[in-house]
Design a protein around this ligand. Structure first.
Ligand code: QV4
Ligand code: CA
Length: 494
C-alpha cells in the first residue's frame, strides 16, 4: 500500500513538470531572444498580455563572459549565478516577471548549467563584473573550482554517450552534476528564479548531462511561488534541449519522463514541407506518426535561436524570418494544428551568424523601436508583432481544446481543415489559385480573414469570408498573394 502511494506521488510530481502553467485561455510562448528585462515588462503590458500570449522564454539571466565584439553566444558561457547580464540586473528581472505575471504572461528562463565559460586566454570578466579563470576551471563568484568539473576532453563522437556528457562541448568547461556541491549551486540558482515568480525552465544542453543527475536536480526544485498566482504544489515546467533527429548515441526517450523536450524533428519537417520539399497533403496526420514525441511532451517551433543561424540542428530545411512568406505559412500551421506546446521565435536581424543584438557604442543592447503600425525597427524583427503571426496566436486560443475536422486537400499542396466549430484555416502552396467551396464547420455568417487583414470595428480590412447555412464557403487564395494562408474563427465574426 505504502509503495503504491509512493508510486502515485512520484508519477504526480513528474507529470507536473510537463505543465507550462499557462492561463486556461492561452496557448503559446514567444522567445524574446536577447531582449532587455525593462523592454519585456513593457511588451507584456502593451502587447503580449492584451494579445493573449501565454508566456515568454528569455535569454539566460545569469552573469556571462564578456566576449570580443559581443556575439549573442556569449550568454551561453556562464561566469556566475549572479543575475546580471546585458538584459538587466536582478531587480529589473524581478520587476519584469511580476509585471508579466500580472497580465497573464508566464516567464520561462533559459538556464545554462552543463558548463561554465570556455578559455578566453587568461582572466575572463563577466557582465556582473566578476572575474574567472577558465584556464584553471576557477570561477570564484560561484564558487566552482577544478574539482567540480569533468577532466577535459573534446566531444568528437556524438555516438558515444559518455563523451557527449562528460567531455567539453566546444571547449566549454564541463561541470560534473553528480557532485553535491554542483547540484546545490544549481539548485540555489533555480530556486531563486522560482522565488522571483518564473513558471519554468528551458534546460540548455540537457543532452550533455546524465538523466539521473537531472532527475535529482529537478526532483529537489521548489514549488512555484503562490504569490505569483500559481496554485499550491505546482512544479516548475521543464523543457529540455535534447536535439535528436535520430542516428545519435543519445535518445530523447532517455529524458521524456523528466520533462518536455524540444522536438527538433518538427522544426526540420515543417521547414521542409513549406519550402516545397514535401506535399502539404501529407501533413494530415501531423504528430506522432511523423516520429514526433507525444503532443504533451513536445515543445514545437518553426525555428529557434540556434538553427535560424545554422547552429544546432535542421540544416537547410529550417525556415526563418528571412523567408517571410513560407515562414508565416509554417507558423500558421504550427499554431493552427493541435500538436505540441508551441513557441514562436522573435529575432533581431542578422547577416553574420555570430552577430549579437543591436547595441550602442558601449556595447549596451538597444531597445526595440515600435513603429506607428506596431512593427519593430532598429534591428529588431519582432516576428510576434507580425499580424499574420499574432492573429494566429488568437486563432489558437479561440480553437483551444478542439480537434481537426473536415480535412480537405487537392491531392498536393492546397490544404484546409476545421478546428471544431470554432475556426477554419486554408493554405495554398501551389503556383495556381485555390478557388473552392470548402466545408468550414462554422455557423453561417460573414467572417474576417485574420491573415490578409483584421476586424476593424464592424468591418474587415482583409478578405471577407461568407459561410452559408451548410457551413460551406468559397475560399480563394492566389499564388502571388503576400500570404498563402486564410484563417477565420468565431472571435472575428462580422
Ligand atoms: C571554438 C571552436 C571549438 C574549440 C574552441 C577552443 O569552435 O571547436 O574547441 O573554440 O577554444 C562559442 C563559439 C565557438 C567556440 C566556443 C568556445 O561559437 O566557436 O569554440 O564559444 O569559446 C552557443 C553557440 C556556440 C557557442 C556557445 C558558447 O551555438 O557556437 O560557442 O554558445 O558561447 C549541439 C548541442 C546543443 C547546442 C547546439 C548549438 O547538443 O546543446 O550544439 N545548443 C545549446 C544552445 C546554444 C549554445 C549551447 C548549447 C552551449 O542552444 O546556443 O551554444 O551553451 O547540438
Ligand atoms: Ca556535460
Amino acid at each position: 500500500m505504502k509503495t503504491i502511494f509512493l508510486l502515485v506521488a512520484i508519477v504526480a510530481v513528474v507529470k507536473a513538470q510537463f505543465d507550462p502553467h499557462q492561463l486556461p485561455d492561452r496557448s503559446t510562448m514567444v522567445h524574446l531572444f536577447e531582449w532587455k528585462w525593462d523592454d519585456i515588462a513593457l511588451e507584456c503590458e502593451n502587447f503580449l498580455g492584451p494579445k493573449g500570449f501565454a508566456g515568454i522564454q528569455v535569454s539566460p539571466v545569469n552573469e556571462n563572459v564578456i566576449a570580443p565584439k559581443r556575439p549573442w553566444w556569449e550568454r551561453y558561457q556562464p561566469i556566475s549565478f549572479i543575475l546580471t547580464t546585458r538584459s538587466g540586473n536582478e531587480q529589473q528581472f524581478a520587476n519584469m516577471v511580476k509585471r508579466c505575471n500580472k497580465v497573464g504572461v508566464r516567464t520561462y528562463v533559459d538556464v545554462v548549467f552543463n558548463h561554465m565559460a570556455a578559455k578566453q586566454g587568461g582572466q575572463a570578466v563577466g557582465t556582473g563584473g566578476s572575474r574567472a579563470y577558465p584556464e584553471n576551471k576557477d570561477y570564484p563568484a560561484v564558487p566552482f573550482t577544478n574539482a567540480d568539473f569533468h577532466p577535459s576532453c573534446g566531444i568528437q563522437d556524438y555516438n558515444d554517450a559518455y563523451q557527449v556528457r562528460n567531455c567539453e562541448l566546444v571547449a566549454l568547461r564541463d561541470l560534473n552534476q553528480t557532485i553535491p556541491h554542483v547540484q546545490n549551486k544549481i539548485l540555489e540558482f533555480l530556486d531563486r528564479l522560482v522565488d522571483l515568480g518564473v513558471a519554468g525552465f528551458r534546460v540548455d544542453a540537457a543532452k550533455h548531462m546524465w538523466p539521473n543527475d537531472l532527475r535529482v536536480i529537478y526532483g529537489s526544485l521548489k514549488n512555484l511561488n503562490t504569490a505569483h498566482g500559481f496554485p499550491p504544489n505546482s512544479k516548475p515546467f521543464i523543457v529540455q534541449e535534447v536535439i535528436d533527429l535520430g542516428g545519435e548515441g543519445i535518445k530523447r526517450d532517455e529524458y521524456v519522463d523528466l520533462g518536455a523536450i524540444t522536438e527538433f524533428k518538427v522544426s526540420a519537417a515543417i521547414g521542409k514541407a513549406f519550402r516545397g520539399g514535401d506535399d502539404l497533403k501529407n501533413l494530415k496526420n501531423w504528430g506522432e506518426q511523423w516520429g514526433f514525441l507525444e503532443s504533451s511532451k513536445a515543445l514545437v517551433f518553426v525555428d529557434n535561436h540556434d538553427n535560424q543561424r545554422g547552429h544546432g540542428a535542421g540544416g537547410a530545411d529550417i525556415l526563418t524570418y528571412k523567408q517571410s512568406k513560407p515562414y508565416k505559412m509554417a507558423t500558421a500551421f504550427n499554431l493552427g494544428f493541435p500538436f505540441g506546446i508551441t513557441r514562436i521565435m522573435s529575432s533581431f536581424s542578422f547577416d553574420d551568424t555570430d552577430q549579437g543584438p543591436p547595441k550602442d557604442s558601449s556595447g549596451n543592447i538597444k531597445s526595440p523601436v515600435i513603429q506607428k503600425d506596431g512593427s519593430c525597427d532598429a534591428g529588431w524583427v519582432c516576428e510576434h508583432r507580425w499580424r499574420q503571426i499574432y492573429n494566429m496566436v488568437e486563432f489558437q486560443n479561440q480553437v483551444k481544446g478542439t480537434e481537426v475536422g473536415n480535412w480537405w486537400d487537392n491531392g498536393k499542396n492546397q490544404i484546409a481543415f476545421c478546428r471544431g466549430n470554432a475556426g477554419f484555416i486554408a493554405f495554398n502552396l501551389e503556383s495556381f489559385d485555390l478557388n473552392q467551396d470548402i466545408q468550414t464547420c462554422l455557423p453561417a455568417g460573414t467572417y474576417c480573414d485574420v491573415i490578409s487583414g483584421d476586424k476593424v470595428g464592424s468591418n474587415c480590412s482583409g478578405k471577407k469570408v461568407l459561410v452559408g447555412n451548410d457551413g460551406k464557403a468559397r475560399i480563394i487564395i492566389g499564388p502571388n498573394e503576400d500570404d498563402g494562408v486564410l484563417a477565420i474563427h468565431k472571435g472575428k465574426k462580422l
